[in-house]
Write a protein that binds this ligand. Sequence first.
Ligand code: FAD
Length: 457
Amino acid sequence: MTKNRVGIVGGGPGGLMTAYLLQKLADRPLRTTLFEASDRLGGKIMTRKFGTIPAIYEAGAAEFYDYTPVDEDPLRQLVAELGLSINAMGGSSVIINHQVLANLDDIQDQFGHGTRMAYAEFDERARGSMSPREFYESDFAEALATSQTVLRFDSVLSAIGEPAAQQFIECLIHSDLATEPEKTSISYGLQNYLMNHPAYMKLYSIEGGNEQLPQELAKRTHLTARLQHKVNRIARGSTGDLRVTSTHQGILQDEDFDFVVVALPNDAVPSIAYGGARLAAAMQRHHHQYDHPAHYLRMTLLFDQPFWRGKLTESYCMLDRFHGCCLYDESARDPDARHGVLGWLLGGCDAKELSVLPDDELIELALKSLPDFLAAGRRYFLEGRVHRWIGAVNALPGGIVPQNPDQRHQPEPLEHSDLFVVGDYLFDSTLNGVLDSASYVAGWLAANLADANDTDK
Ligand SMILES: Cc1cc2nc3c(=O)[nH]c(=O)nc-3n(C[C@H](O)[C@H](O)[C@H](O)COP(=O)(O)OP(=O)(O)OC[C@H]3O[C@@H](n4cnc5c(N)ncnc54)[C@H](O)[C@@H]3O)c2cc1C
């Protein structure tokens, strides 16, 4: 019997990319079923609209990373292949003590020569420690448990000496890290710093909303999407197939597959029961390896007009509130927009602790955090939206000691070589990382499908 039944758990970018790439690589038509717990596809790529005016904003992933300054970029290629237009994004300023600091001279004017020198030295050391090429290749590093991987990033920051330089760097990277420097490695901390350098990467978003990426993937892939089907259990069935049990409107349903891909964020991996002691233990070990949760909180506010233009000119800047947050000019994504939309992206402990507050209090906190030179703009406020992403991303992607790519993607190879996992947490917690992961599994699975069907002939 032809083996072509593929079950994919998770309708986020990882699940959709896997289905799309597998369709391209497989040597025969597939019967792909995608299980998604919510009522929509796209996962953490989520473009939303306000109620007052249908202005769009990104509630989840805001920007795509473009590595073409260094080498080929599969995500950039995928976006082009899907026919999506892009807008360049950029931001180099940090607002500290109500002052916009955009370069070394600004840092010196605000804090003095010592801070300028300390920051410049840090920057030189950071760039010296990882070239753009090394950064580009770092996600496929295998079992490099060097002292650099294990040591905490706060050890690098505290060595800077000048407190103002340290604060500047912390503000610059806190919202990208989504965690505190003591909860991540030196290499991940440095990567999040270096991504601000154009030699390492550029940034872009998708014109009309990032969610078009998952939508286009879904349109071009032959699959049965089972929305509002939360997967509860995966186990070997009596026929030898993998049985996926899901709940839809309170009713349990079983479906059998030749191959299953679990494409979930690491915090959702334990929400499924894995049948059999060997698989259950392997999935528990897998979850534990990557169990370094990080947090985001987004407050996005609609204003009658973009009152900050002229003072803030880029698509985002960093702000010294909430231990460093990113302030996006969401309306810069739409060149014709007459309204203004500002988005606050908080990371780490601040995001987690504040997420328990009601929306109206969080919106008020956002308004109060505006620097003095923008504070009067609150009179243009129309509507606010809050999105909580607690534990949804990873503070130490790859784990403390990175595994080789096969181990990452197949937690139990002996008796469950038909079960794969895909996730951004296996690489770098980004959309580029989840595409790397999906490509790896799609290639492997396509080869296994060909082998399985050859054997059956
Ligand atoms: C606020 C925020 C900002 C971000 N910014 C960026 C950015 O600027 N650039 C970037 O590259 N990345 C960014 N990311 C990360 C990016 O969103 C992720 O890399 C990407 O979404 C991972 O895709 P995924 O498919 O693995 O997981 P997800 O997007 O989380 O999708 C998983 C899907 O699985 C579903 N699911 C969960 N449990 C079950 C179950 N039991 N059964 C069935 N379905 C289930 C979920 O409902 C979800 O739809 C950001 C993330 C957040 C939260």
